[in-house]
Each structure stands twice: as C-alpha cells, then as structure tokens.
Design a protein around this ligand. Sequence first.
Ligand code: DX5
Ligand code: ZN
Length: 221
Amino acid sequence: MYALAPSILAADFARLGEQVEQIESAGGNMLHIDVMDGVFVPSISFGFPIIRSIRKKSKMFFDVHLMITAPERYVEEFAEAGADGLTIHVEACQCMVDTLEKIRSLGMQPGVSLHPQTPVSAVYPYLDKVDRVLVMTVNTGFGGQQYIEGCTKKITMLRDEIKRRNLPVDVEVDGGVNRDNMDKILEAGANILVSGSSVFKGDLAANMHYFLDGMKKYEEA
Ligand code: DX5
Ligand code: ZN
C-alpha cells in the first residue's frame, strides 16, 4: 500500500473544510493532522475542535501526528474526536508500550515517530506494536523546511529492519517532501508520504495528481 497524506498544517484555515473536500475529490484517502502543544515542540497548532469539525466532512483516514508531551493523557479524546491513526513520539512518552496498546484498544492504528536527531534504533522495540513508523525528516514542529538529506539512510535502515522481522509496518516520511525528492524517499523504503507545503502551495488538485500519479508505479511494481 502506498499513500499520500497531505498535512493540513499548510492549509488555509479560513477555508479548511473546502480544502479537505478538494483533497478527497482529487483521490486522497489519508489526511495528516499535526497536533503541537508548544512544549514538546516550540509551536502550537490546533486540537480537538478542528479534528471534530473536519471529521463531519470527510471519510478519509485521519492520520493524527501528536507532537505533545505525555500523549498518554489524551488518547480517549483523540479517538472520540475522530482519529483513525494516532502517532506518538518516542521522545515524548515514558510509557510507550501501554500507550500504543491503549491506542489500539480504542480502535485506532498506533504509530511511533522520532525526531531527525534520534537514532532510528530507538523505535525498534515498538515495531511489533505499531502499524506505522513516522520518520521526521525536518526539525519537528514546523512546516515548510528543507528535507534533511542525512535522514534517507534512516528510512533504509528502518525498512530493512521491518523486512528482516517480516512485520506489516508502514514507513511514513514527514518533512520537506516535494516533487523532486519523492522518488528518492520511496526508493529508500517509504510507503507513505506526508506533504504540507508541496501539496497546498499553488494548485491543490494539480499537486495531488502529481504526487498520486508519481506513486502509482510503486503500487504496481
Ligand atoms: C512538522 C509536521 C509536518 C509538516 C510538514 O513537524 O510534522 O507534518 O506539516 O510540512 P512540509 O511538507 O511543508 O515540510
Ligand atoms: Zn507531521
């Protein structure tokens, strides 16, 4: 399975509902939702009311990326707000296994993420507990940054480890993904691409089609 997950962090929030509909009608089936608390990362984004509002408008898979300290405090609330997948940071949570199990028990798909500075082996203990690993390829907390080249080898190492252990885990890459580097990232072993600025800047539908068409050959291979 290959998927594109447009990140609404780059949306025009005055027209959020409309842009979510445009993504879905352009063939999108996954939406990336970045929640930041101003503590785990310097910035604050948005929370439950936004997720609840767009949940009413969309059937897409809501891929919620929690950049918050002690995410175990809010698992029920995100389930209730309409998250389908809930990804927590390995650096943010003291009780990873319990929290990942709780996420699954509430009917969501658990995911684990890591900062670009964190060694990829930090997520290996949780690979049998998650549906996806979200590899951050820019400094966590802001959109519109440049892809950190040194992260490509982490994607490859992670994909190799998942293959070696024969686990059904998605490798999702988040940060600085664009038209020029998407192939390199997919060839390194990613199967889900998150993209904020490269999807929302300019013609949203045309950008969606560019990414989705570019991913087709991997799906067919
Ligand atoms: C950053 C967020 C990303 C961000 C990506 O911490 O996790 O999802 O929206 O934005 P771009 O694609 O612009 O790098
Ligand atoms: Zn994200």
